[in-house]
Design a protein around this ligand. Structure first.
Ligand SMILES: [Mg+2]
Length: 262
């Protein structure tokens, strides 16, 4: 089998979204053909994002606006990975949350209760409702013994031609003032890929992870011992590979190449 045939024979496809399926509000060339192919071939597939602000339903709507019909169950966010991790650590624990609906829904869904007096965990995600008061509260709860958890380590992300501060940047003031380090979920934490494989119910040998970024996507795949595909449709150019000590298993121009005839 050649490289593309080997990829097409995989049963499970885990895909990053930004730079793989779309960029900003636009689908990338070949993305529609790729998703159609996944659906026609009845592949198991999951779209991953480090975004913890929005829910699976909202992600499904977002793709629908770009012309793709994908059921909410085919999405997996850093918020869901965080909820799954916390469930493995302490089911039924109480949490103080700085974050948006994507995060609070995931935590409620996993049976956690909100508590701003003496929570077991302080859980931080990306949110525009970040404030001095919430940071102050979080610092004191952490100092009193709550464990500091953050949905993803990204320092910044793209937003309408500029940047927004990512969860990693929002966690820094709490870490610095409390003197405690946060534990970060989301990519590049390989737990995100392991959780995704559990959702797919697909053995890792039969799955592949597709991403556009070496130091978040590809390293998460490598650390999970799953085959990886780097697509050059996003943040990484072929010449960037030389800067890294690890390599993806495959390199493609974009996901469209996987769909025969696209
Ligand atoms: Mg990406």
């Amino acid at each position: 089998m050649n490289q593309l045939e080997t990829i097409r024979a995989k049963k499970g496809f885990i895909c990053d979204m930004d730079g793989v399926i779309y960029h900003g509000r636009n689908l990338l060339p070949g993305a529609k053909e790729f998703v159609n192919w996944l659906q026609q071939e009845k592949k198991q597939y999951l779209f991953l994002t480090n975004n913890s602000q929005i829910t699976r339903e909202e992600l499904s709507r977002r793709l629908q606006r770009m012309g793709l019909e994908v059921d909410p169950l085919h999405f997996y966010t850093a918020a869901l990975s965080t909820a799954s991790f916390l469930y493995s650590q302490q089911p039924g624990a109480s949490v103080y949350v700085i974050g948006d609906a994507g995060l609070s829904n995931a935590l409620y869904g996993a049976g956690f209760v909100m508590n701003d007096l003496d929570p077991d965990f302080v859980v931080l995600g990306e949110t525009r409702s970040y404030s001095y008061e919430k940071v102050e509260k979080a610092i004191n709860l952490v100092r009193a013994g709550a464990r500091l958890i953050a949905t993803n380590p990204d320092l910044a992300g793209p937003h309408e031609g500029g940047l927004f501060p990512g969860c990693g940047a929002l966690a820094a003031p709490i870490e610095l003032a409390s003197g405690r380090k946060a534990y970060f979920l989301g990519k590049p934490n390989p737990l995100m890929i392991r959780h995704a494989l559990l959702c797919l119910e697909c053995p890792r040998e039969e799955a592949v992870f597709i991403g556009d970024q070496m130091d978040t996507d590809i390293i998460a795949g490598v650390n999970s011992d799953i085959d990886t595909i780097l697509v050059l449709s996003g943040i990484t150019a072929r010449e960037d590979l030389a800067r890294f000590a690890y390599r993806p298993k495959y390199v493609l121009g974009g996901v469209g190449e996987i769909a025969p005839g696209a």
